[in-house]
Design a protein around this ligand. Structure first.
Ligand code: NDP
Length: 528
């Protein structure tokens, strides 16, 4: 789609949270303001000395401060084993923001001073209830001195085996929603939620012992990406797509989450996870549910999450006999990325030399309901592929009868592509007449790009999601029934792959399209 107005092509503005003059020049920016301010609260980051905190979570919170969406009565408490005093942790936070915030948004001045005095730290042994009692006292002090109103947001940013340990100690220290008579208590749980169906159920059991579902925020940062949220707007704020969003018009749906990077510094984690667990079970399945679900009755969190669960429950998990025809796996070998030679997966740091972990996974599912019967939904994700691209491509059926175009012309089917990253936008492929006396036709594209269209850089997903947790909006967080269902769908594949080594590994070169075996389950993959 072309930009809706001439002014929509303005240079993207930095995220400021206020419309100001930009709104005057770009009407699409009207309504973008700092209205989404969270409730006053203390947010506790378990695992505050880790990678996720410094690269994503802390910058997201600071961006909220810059945007004006962070409540003024706010406090941040870091909780980890690495020893810091409050002051040393403030210095640490400043250093990290200096590194990870872009130019123009580095910490400094009155804004930083106000932010930093609301930061504290507890050096903790995660297995010692005494440190959780200390946390309780600190939270009470914040409520009294910093106006945080008895509202407590706990963020689990530790390795997953530590999640139940933290939850159990929160319960013992009487820090659960039931114990809180002053305000709300919520918990954000990082991915992965379990490593298989059994461990996910066990983790759920521990958490629900202390927190009701209404206080549990299972984060999937893909859902915080603007183009993923736009799936709902595209489908339900327009009339032209929904009538054709079904088996009568759609040939297939392809959801791709491809990386050109390898495992980088996360070899140890990745070698125990693999592509199916790391990407398909959570991020890709969430996108799938949004694309395939029925229209929700309202925009309430549970109205939307009911439909997501319903559509996932309409997919039949593959039987063990079907796994080979419905899934494909691969592992990258050496190859070339951006003209530079790169090593294979088994040569990566902290990866077993004979690893059988998949770095590429593809799955074909069918939704067994009236709308989608017979339409393949093909999902794939992998590392060290030809390029970084996440997208949802809906390919429509071929024209039913041909009377136009020269006989030698190929008439391509229409394709609607929702681009998630690195480009953010929507693209529609259609046939157009080539200028000239002959009736030649050729595929052309209408493109809409968020950056140029709205004249603003999309906010980082963690900023949106942490803000939602502060405001008590669970829409973009995955409910337990959907998590459990997604595990049920992938378990036969995981079990089969665990029990059968793939002797062809590595079976795709870095920088390629992935393993040739992917074509055995679906022949029309879009080129990467
Ligand atoms: P790190 O290993 O970098 O950090 C883990 C944090 O937990 C540290 O603060 C660590 O610090 C603390 N910790 C507490 N107990 C333990 C323990 N027994 N063993 C190891 N660390 C412990 O992990 P990440 O920050 O990368 O990941 C945190 C969570 O976020 C994980 O669940 C991960 O799956 C998830 N995640 C991470 C992403 C990333 O890009 N990093 C992306 C998406 C999700 P200390 O030793 O001081 O206690």
């Amino acid at each position: 789609m072309s930009e809706p107005t001439a002014t929509a092509t303005a240079t993207p503005a930095p995220v400021t949270g206020t419309d100001g003059a930009a709104t005057l020049s770009n009407p699409l920016r009207a309504g973008m303001s700092g209205e989404r301010i969270g409730d006053p609260c203390s947010i506790v980051f378990f695992g505050a000395s880790g990678d996720l905190f410094k690269r994503m979570l802390l910058p997201a919170i600071y961006l909220m401060k810059l945007d004006g969406t962070l409540p003024s009565d706010f406090a941040l408490i870091g909780f980890a084993r690495t020893p810091y005093t409050d002051d040393a942790f403030r210095d640490y936070c400043r250093e990290q923001l200096q590194t990870f915030m872009p130019e123009g948004q580095k910490p400094g001045g009155a804004l930083w001073d106000d932010f930093s005095k609301r930061i504290g730290y507890i050096t903790a042994d995660f297995k010692d209830t005494a440190h959780f009692v200390q946390l309780k006292e600190r939270l009470a002090a914040n409520d009294r001195d910093l106006g945080t109103a008895g509202n407590h947001l706990f963020y689990l940013a530790t390795p997953p085996p530590v999640f139940p340990v933290v939850v159990e100690h929160l319960r013992k220290a009487k820090l659960t929603p039931n114990d809180n008579t002053q305000g709300w208590t919520r918990i954000v749980v990082e991915k992965p939620f379990g490593t298989d169906l059994e461990t996910a159920r066990s983790l759920q059991k521990t958490i629900e012992h202390a927190f009701p579902e209404s206080a549990i925020y299972r984060i999937d940062h893909y859902l915080g990406k603007e183009p993923v949220q736009d799936i709902l707007a595209l489908r339900f704020a327009n009339t032209i797509f929904e009538p054709i969003w079904n088996r009568n018009y759609v040939q297939n749906v392809q959801i791709t989450a491809a990386e050109s990077l390898g495992v980088e510094e996360r070899g140890d984690y990745y070698d125990r996870a693999g592509a199916l667990r790391d990407m398909i079970q959570n991020h890709v399945m969430n996108m799938f549910a949004l694309v395939a679900m029925e229209p929700p009755v309202s925009s309430d969190a549970d109205a939307i999450r009911n439909e997501k669960y319903k559509v996932l429950s309409a997919i039949a998990p593959p039987t063990y006999a079907q796994v080979a025809s419905m899934s494909a796996r691969g592992q990258y070998g050496p190859g070339t990325i951006d003209g530079k030679p790169v090593r294979g997966y088994r040569e990566e740091d902290e990866v077993a030399k004979d690893s059988n972990t998949e770095t590429f996974a593809a799955v074909k599912f069918f939704v067994e309901n009236w709308r989608w019967a017979g339409v393949p939904f093909c999902l794939r994700s992998g590392k060290r592929l030809a390029r970084k691209v996440s997208e949802i491509a809906v390919t429509f059926k071929p024209i039913p009868h041909r009377f136009y175009g020269e006989k030698t012309d190929t008439i391509e089917p229409n394709v609607l592509v929702l681009k998630i990253q690195p480009d953010e936008g929507i693209s529609m492929r259609f046939e157009a007449k080539v200028p000239g006396a002959k009736d030649h036709v050729r595929a052309v594209y209408m493109d809409f790009n968020y950056g140029t269209g709205f004249g603003i850089t999309s906010p980082p997903p963690y900023e949106r999601l942490i803000g939602d947790a502060m405001r008590g909006d669970q829409t973009l967080f995955t409910r337990w029934d959907a998590v459990e269902r997604a595990w049920e769908l992938v378990m036969p594949i995981l079990d089969t792959w665990r029990d059968s080594k793939d002797f062809s590994f590595p079976n795709y070169a870095s920088g390629s399209q992935g393993p040739p075996s992917a074509a055995a389950i679906f022949e029309q993959w879009r080129p990467l």
